[in-house]
Design a protein. Structure first.
Length: 196
């Protein structure tokens, strides 16, 4: 193994009102080309699914990690995201020489050198690959949550604070997968307490 292995790290799910934040770390194989990387948000769902399969199959290694809703509420979303990123790097079966982190912060306590890169998912294939894996994983989970908690539209908005989601919060109340530390969820809880 070369001593210059680089992993890309990205997160999906900082902004939603519900569900975990999911992170991925990916070490691409320098000898195998995967075409079509970009920031996961700029790709169609079909293209993301296709690329996620390619990444799992052709990268040297990859790992997924997460911070659960309870951890987000306890730590706050920033610290929970940093924790999930560290977990993803630590879960890699190969220790990278360098971790390229999407964003402007480096998670504390990493077991390798790291560099934070703003808009890194559009600059580095490793970060774009991590972004795709994290988004495909989280989106799939939120579709499953839609079946568990019908009426909220989780399959559609993936927990983000859309008009449909906000209206459902008001009419249906708060589910166990909602982040109680987030202001709109707190307001919905307050309303349900007052009306009960």
């Amino acid at each position: 193994m070369p001593e210059t292995l680089v992993c890309g790290v990205d997160e999906v799910g900082r902004g939603p009102l519900a569900g975990p934040v999911v992170t991925a770390a990916v070490i691409l194989d320098p000898d195998v080309e995967i075409i079509g990387f970009d920031d996961s948000k700029k790709l169609t769902a079909k293209r993301r699914d296709y690329l996620a399969d390619e990444i799992r199959e052709k990268s040297l290694c990859w790992a997924l990690a997460r911070a659960e809703v309870a951890e987000i509420d306890e730590l706050n979303i920033l610290h929970a995201t940093m924790l999930a990123m560290r977990r993803a790097i630590e879960a890699l079966p190969i220790l990278p020489a360098l971790a390229l982190i999407d964003g402007n912060r480096i998670p504390p306590g990493l077991n390798c050198r790291a560099e934070a890169i703003v808009k890194g998912d559009s600059l580095h294939a490793e970060i774009a690959a991590a972004s795709i894996l994290a988004k495909v994983t989280r989106d799939s989970e939120m579709v499953e949550m839609d079946a568990c908690y019908p009426g909220y539209g989780f399959a559609l908005h993936k927990g983000y604070p859309t008009k449909v989601h906000m209206e459902a919060l008001q009419s249906l109340g708060v589910t166990p997968i909602h982040r109680r530390s987030f202001s709109p969820v707190q307001k919905a809880l307050h309303v349900s307490v007052k009306s009960s």
